[in-house]
Design a protein around this ligand. Structure first.
Ligand code: PAF
Length: 317
């Protein structure tokens, strides 16, 4: 399959490496010309789950999307707050009615994508593949997890089913275990609730995911954050993919005990976080329904504060 991946962050590099190894024709688009040239000259170092380093020498990466042949599929892996600018940049690629799949965190992209892409071309998804960017062109595959995809429009599911099947076959062959789901809203919120519980708390404390369940005080806060999100889920009548969300969030902490969450990685690398798309988005949805989420608001504000003064902490995490 001819695929373009937008954004060579941790997930973008991981998907590129896996999909290339699976025999697809894959291209990367980067907004940063210098970085694109660096990766083009130096290739990608892909560290597999078992720790083997595979070098991908010739990487098709460019800062000029108009140079790329029109793909069947575009995958958005940029940070949620870059969705607008990324979609503007890839306008030349959107001409041919390619499908565009987002596997970004949170909710923000769901509002932004229809401004640039015909709604019947939008696919949404989540991925539990673990990716850690070690340096600009090195990515570590931190763990295999499922990827779930579906259509943005409920009534477009059956019309797009043939393509979804093709995509699944191609992803599965590349080691990205993929499921197709009709109720994508339920899929996205199921991941969001987990991120609401884990990400901000790890970013604030500097702990790996596993610590949150071992530490009674943090475990209690994690449960309250999830509880507040569930009030929104219930009012919106969203059916989550798992029956017991509190048990699920604890399981994810245990299964990813040694992970540095994506939000903590951002803080450690002095980058903006996805707090707006995660706790911020749930707070916003809650407000629309007349709900206040005080614990979520509190962690939201702390992470915002951390982002603002990131260089001036007197201790290093
Ligand atoms: O954002 C992340 O880091 C991941 O979604 C999760 C599940 C919290 C594991 O680290």
């Amino acid at each position: 399959m001819k695929i373009v991946i937008v954004g060579p962050g941790a997930l973008g590099l991981l998907f590129y490496s896996l999909l290339r190894t699976g025999g697809n024709e894959v291209y990367l688009v980067d907004k940063d010309r210098q970085r694109a040239e660096f990766i083009s000259c130096n290739g990608i170092n892909f560290i597999t789950v078992s720790g083997k380093v595979k070098r991908i020498k010739h990487v098709n990466i460019t800062a000029d999307p108009e140079d790329i042949p029109l793909p069947e599929l575009i995958i958005l892996t940029v940070k949620s707050y870059h969705t607008n600018s990324a979609l503007k940049k890839i306008q030349p690629l959107l001409k041919e009615n390619s499908y565009i799949l987002s596997v970004q965190n949170g909710l923000s992209h769901v509002e932004v994508m229809p401004k640039y892409v015909a709604p019947d071309r939008i696919l949404l998804g989540i991925t539990n593949q673990g990716a850690t960017r070690v340096d600009v062109n090195t990515v570590r595959h931190a763990g295999r997890g499922d990827t779930i995809i579906g259509t943005y429009l409920w009534d477009n599911f059956f019309r797009s089913h043939k393509f979804l099947r093709k995509l699944k076959t191609s992803f599965d062959k590349s080691g990205i275990n993929t499921e197709i789901h009709r109720d994508i809203q339920s899929v996205i919120w199921s991941k969001l609730v987990i991120n609401v519980g884990i990400n901000a708390l790890t970013a604030i404390t500097g702990y790996k995911n596993g610590r949150l369940v071992e530490n009674p005080a943090l475990r209690e806060i994690m449960h309250i954050l999830v509880e507040e999100a569930l009030a929104v889920v219930n009012l919106k009548k969203i059916k989550l993919l798992y029956p017991d969300p509190q048990k699920k969030v604890e399981e994810v902490c245990q299964q990813t005990a040694e992970n540095i969450s994506s939000m903590l990685q951002d803080i450690l690398n002095n980058r903006r976080t996805e707090i707006d798309a995660i706790n911020g988005a749930v707070i916003k949805e809650g407000r629309k329904l007349g709900l206040n989420l005080p614990y979520n608001l509190c962690v939201y504000k702390i992470v915002k504060g951390l982002e603002k003064n990131i260089g001036s902490r007197i201790f290093r995490l």
